[in-house]
Write a protein that binds this ligand. Structure first.
Ligand SMILES: Nc1nc2c(ncn2[C@@H]2O[C@H](COP(=O)(O)OP(=O)(O)OP(=O)(O)O)[C@@H](O)[C@H]2O)c(=O)[nH]1
Ligand SMILES: [Mg+2]
Ligand SMILES: [Zn+2]
Length: 322
């Protein structure tokens, strides 16, 4: 029998199986491996003999894996898988409380691109400040990213969000307090994911969601089942904990520029084939930024991430080893 992992709490997993939701633990070989071997969205083989928790005896090959590197204070952080078998990454920001952190948003977009999972942007809390939408679209339009305005509170943009999630497996990511859980609750009345308060002092969230959790969406894709179970391919969304910081991990510095889709048309216009688009003369990407082909602040994000991913070789070797 197979199931799809909904969430992990310590060493137990909630698994959506044909007969309903069950609790399972890892068995044997799997248990001795890394903690993060099994994540939300994984399709697992189950052994449900006897009473007590079922055993997860195997993990099916993943069609995609979204992972990030935690930004460790001492050296490079650990590679952390977030969710498996997702079709799109929904990067959520808020117009305010907290206001958009463009460095972080660009990192999340790069992580999605580097994992080859297409990203989409949601700008929530629209009713607090509608003026943010236009500049937001101007920044991300040239990259071809769709920006969906929503308000979980005022019930705006929810049909469009539902359409976006229909028939697909999505993971919601973004800073704490932007309203990821609120949006999922708004789409799925009765679900009651925990919603946090915004700290009055900092205007940011308090990390209310503690672990990634997969939510099967009703009425999606016709099948109604959870993606992967018997190949049913229904819709689900993974709600994830808000991130305080995030680092791009394991992205080859040479492959970073194409993770900014609006740079791609200019990559063959640099004088040097191995141009890093930093300070080299006759750089096609820099010239395009100066001409206003895209927001030059995206190039600033690129530089920050470039510095991050081109750390000395001892640490990149360690990073690759994980
Ligand atoms: N004004 C306004 N507030 C919202 C909206 N959506 C969510 N909120 C509020 O924002 C706060 C945080 O919402 P959550 O849904 O917990 O945010 P989250 O992104 O899941 O946060 P973490 O789980 O910590 O990552 C709560 O007080 C929500 O009521 C919105 O559209 N407008
Ligand atoms: Mg949450
Ligand atoms: Zn260049």
């Amino acid at each position: 029998m197979t199931g799809v992992v909904l969430a992990r709490t310590g060493s137990t997993y909630r698994v959506h199986a044909e007969r309903g939701e069950i609790t399972a633990v890892l068995r044997g070989r799997l248990k001795r491996r890394d903690d993060d071997r099994v994540v939300a969205g994984d399709v697992v083989d189950l052994d449900v003999r006897g009473d007590g928790p079922a055993a997860i005896t195997g993990v099916r090959p993943r069609r995609s894996l979204l992972a990030r590197r935690s930004s460790g204070t001492r050296g490079p952080g650990r590679r952390q898988p977030i969710a498996a078998n997702v079709d799109q990454v929904v990067v959520v920001a808020a117009t305010r409380d907290p206001e958009p952190d463009f460095r972080m948003l660009d990192r999340l977009l790069v992580i999605a691109e580097a994992n080859r999972i297409p990203p989409v942007l949601v700008l929530n809390k629209l009713e607090l400040d509608r003026g943010v939408l236009e500049p937001f679209r101007r920044r991300y339009g040239p990259a071809g990213y769709q920006v969906l305005p929503t308000s979980a509170k005022a019930g705006e943009g929810l049909p469009a969000l539902r359409d976006l999630l229909r028939g697909r497996a999505s993971v919601l990511t973004g800073e704490s307090g932007v309203g990821k859980s609120s949006l999922v609750n708004a789409l799925q009345p009765g679900l009651n994911l925990r919603i946090g308060e915004i700290s009055e002092k900092w205007g940011t969230g308090k990390h209310t969601t503690r672990a990634a959790q997969l939510v099967p969406l009703a009425g999606g894709g016709g099948g109604g089942g959870v993606g992967g179970v018997g190949g049913a391919g229904g819709a689900y969304v993974v709600d994830t904990p808000g991130l305080r910081e995030v680092a791009a991990w394991g992205v080859d510095p040479e492959l970073l520029a194409p993770c900014f889709p609006e740079f791609r048309p200019f990559l063959d216009q640099c004088r040097f084939d191995n141009c890093r688009h930093l300070a080299e003369p006759d750089c096609g990407v820099r010239t395009a930024a100066e001409r206003g082909a895209f927001d030059p602040d995206r190039l600033t994000s690129y530089r920050h991430i470039y510095d991050e991913v081109s750390v000395p070789s001892w640490s990149s070797a360690r990073r690759r080893g994980r």
